[in-house]
Ligand binder design. Structure first.
Ligand code: FAD
Length: 437
């Protein structure tokens, strides 16, 4: 029996979720039950795994549990980019093949999500606008050149903009922007809620139901505070908490990210920015500069600041520093907006491996994992959950082989070296990217 000792404790600042109307929360498990399948974790990976298991085995019962309320975890608190193009597109043959594989995988996930959004008419501001990648310094412009060289190598379209940038995003801050058309923008909490609300009927969802210990059997027996679940098979979709479940120990590590969202801009403020439509911008120097969204309901979101906290909870001091930093980043980029327009600030964890490999695969005849999305979890999480379900139910899917070629997370040094190493790496990256802060 594996005992779980660290549980998610999401902060309540998530602006995406806070701006939605309250929803009916599924009950916590309060009795013992037996099912065919258990999926633990209801982010993009778990929601995809549960949906696909239920589709592949319509006569079987799937149970999906989450320690918290749905739409409070990382999946609902991200920047809302459904990303297709990897940040670094390769320069040699191996890199090209790898980038093309990553594109194929990401696009399959985007199409799958889009189908669900369309079929169930999920209102989540789904917006196939593509994304801007931006630079404000000569160092950034040089990095953009490298990026477009990579795009040329894999024959991906893009548009180069270095005039009238203000007309595109309402800001003179950047000197050059590349537009790539494949990324979709969305409201992540609304999408997560919609995915959960439209699961097939043979899925039972239990929220506020932390798994406190697990025996992989077979059968799998998972203990929760008020009920035990027995199942033939389990797909673990708990992202950074996977080490608690006995897998990928010393192979994955969390990084905390911080996001702020403004109040809705007034009509006059929207006009001062030139009445742009919704857009999403990723800085080419991503460790110091903010990732920005201008939403359909006229809010700005700024995501910047990376910190390392093993427990995956952010100390209060980090929040204060994030608010100050992001207020300054708004002021620098949109000086016509008044100060103090930030309404929500929150943090969330991404789970990384040193070699950027996902924690995807089968670990025992009845145990699969779909974790460690390396910061691009909308597509990678959705895909790995879906493919883990296909593996578990024996459904042939050529993308499984593509996914397996990404390898497995490599081994990290022991503590405290890994803690010191990750913290030092974040500082070094932030320093290298400082010209765009
Ligand atoms: C601020 C921020 C911005 C980001 N921006 C983007 C972006 O624009 N695009 C993008 O693709 N990615 C982005 N990411 C990353 C992305 O959000 C994550 O990679 C993705 O959400 C991971 O999905 P997941 O389903 O694997 O994990 P999660 O969403 O973390 O879900 C795991 C679930 O497991 C549950 N769980 C854990 N332990 C237990 C337990 N003991 N019992 C039961 N349940 C448990 C948790 O409560 C949680 O709900 C961002 C992340 C952050 C934090």
């Amino acid at each position: 029996m594996k005992r779980i000792r660290n549980f998610p404790r999401p902060d309540t600042g998530n602006g995406w979720e806070n701006n939605l109307t309250p929803r009916v929360v599924a009950p916590a498990l309060n009795a013992d039950l037996t099912a065919d399948w258990l999926v633990i974790g209801a982010g993009f990976a778990g929601l995809a795994a549960a949906r696909r298991l239920a589709e592949n085995r319509p006569d079987e019962h799937v149970v999906l549990v989450d320690a918290c309320e749905i739409a409070t975890g990382a999946s609902a608190r991200n920047s809302g980019f459904v990303i297709d193009i990897p940040h670094n597109v390769g320069g040699d043959d191996g890199g090209i093949a790898e980038a093309q594989r990553a594109l194929r995988l990401a696009r399959s996930a985007t199409e799958w999500l889009h189908d669900i959004v369309k079929t169930h008419q999920i209102e989540c501001q789904w917006s196939p606008k593509g994304q801007y990648m931006a630079a404000s310094s000569p160092e950034g412009a040089a990095a953009l050149d490298e990026f477009t060289t990579g795009l040329d190598l894999i024959d991906e379209p893009y548009q180069n903009h270095d005039v009238n940038l203000r007309g595109m995003i309402g800001s003179d801050y950047y000197s050059r922007i590349i537009h790539t058309p494949g990324t979709v923008l969305m409201q992540p909490a609304a999408l997560v809620r919609g995915l959960a609300a439209t699961l097939p009927d043979n899925v039972s969802v239990y929220e506020n139901t932390p798994v406190t210990s697990i025996d992989y059997g077979p059968p799998v027996v998972a203990e929760t505070p008020a009920g035990r679940i027995t199942a033939k098979g389990v797909i673990l979709c708990v992202n950074g908490f996977i080490q608690e479940f006995g897998f990928y120990q010393r192979r994955v590590f969390p990084i905390m990210l911080f996001c702020s969202m403004t109040r809705q801009l007034t009509e006059a403020e929207h006009q001062a920015l030139g009445c742009p439509e919704d857009w999403g911008l990723v800085p080419i120097k991503a460790f110091a500069a903010p990732t920005i969204r201008y939403t359909q309901d006229r809010r700005l979101t700024m995501r910047s600041k990376f910190t390392y906290h093993r427990s995956m909870a952010s100390p209060a001091g980090e929040f204060r520093r994030a608010v100050k930093l992001q207020a300054r980043q708004i002021r620098d980029r949109f000086p016509e907006l008044p100060p103090d327009i930030i309404e929500h600030t929150w943090s969330g964890a991404i789970t990384m491996s040193e070699n950027h490999a996902p924690g995807f695969g089968q670990h025992a005849p009845n145990v699969w994992t779909a974790v460690c999305q390396n910061g691009v979890g909308v597509t990678k999480g959705s895909l790995s959950g879906r493919l883990a379900a296909d593996m578990a139910t024996g459904r042939d899917n050529p993308l499984i082989a593509d996914m397996q070629t990404l390898g497995q997370p490599s081994r990290l040094p022991p503590r405290p070296f890994v803690d010191l190493g990750v913290a030092a790496m974040l500082k070094r990256y932030a320093w290298n990217d400082r010209a765009e802060a």
